[in-house]
Design a protein. Structure first.
Length: 158
């Protein structure tokens, strides 16, 4: 046997026998990937929670406005109800509050008493909310802010 083969076999035997540090190398390679996945999941959950809150705020405002014809025209009260439901979301705002009219048979109405001869007029309240969310982690190639929108429509009780 030549000296080169002897040295190679001895080196191979040492490498096979000693596996110290292998786990450390695997951990060092996978830890950044795992850390990135955990942060991404947390950021996604945060934005999803705020989207639910923005929609819930619109529902709270429309619920207040749909109590009666009097509260349907109280835009300050509708705005107050929506903003106080969405206090967990920084920068939430009510973008619009609108009243609409429709005949109970589905035909359009302007709100005049003569519009619906064969049916009655139904009043609807629409509330739209929005909030701009800044992500905690800014990833190149993704937006630096997200705008979340919420909308709710409900018929007024008469």
């Amino acid at each position: 046997m030549t000296i080169g083969k002897k040295i190679f076999r001895e080196w191979a035997r040492i490498c096979r026998r000693s596996e110290t540090g292998g786990s450390l190398v695997e951990t060092a390679l996978t830890a950044p990937i795992l850390f990135t996945l955990i942060l991404g999941a947390a950021e996604f959950a945060r934005v999803a929670y705020m989207a639910i809150e923005v929609t819930s705020a619109a529902r709270a405002g429309v619920s207040y406005g749909a109590q009666s014809g009097l509260t349907a025209s109280d835009t300050n009260g509708i705005t107050w109800a929506a903003l106080h439901d969405g206090v967990d979301v920084p920068g939430i705002s009510v973008s619009s509050v609108s009243l609409g009219y429709i005949c109970s048979d589905g035909s359009p109405s302007t709100g005049a008493t003569t519009d619906c001869s064969a049916s009655h007029i139904e009043e609807t309240v629409t509330v739209q909310t929005q909030a701009t969310v800044n992500p905690i982690i800014h990833v190149p190639g993704l937006p630096t802010t997200y705008t979340l929108y919420g909308q709710a429509v409900q018929k007024c009780l008469q």
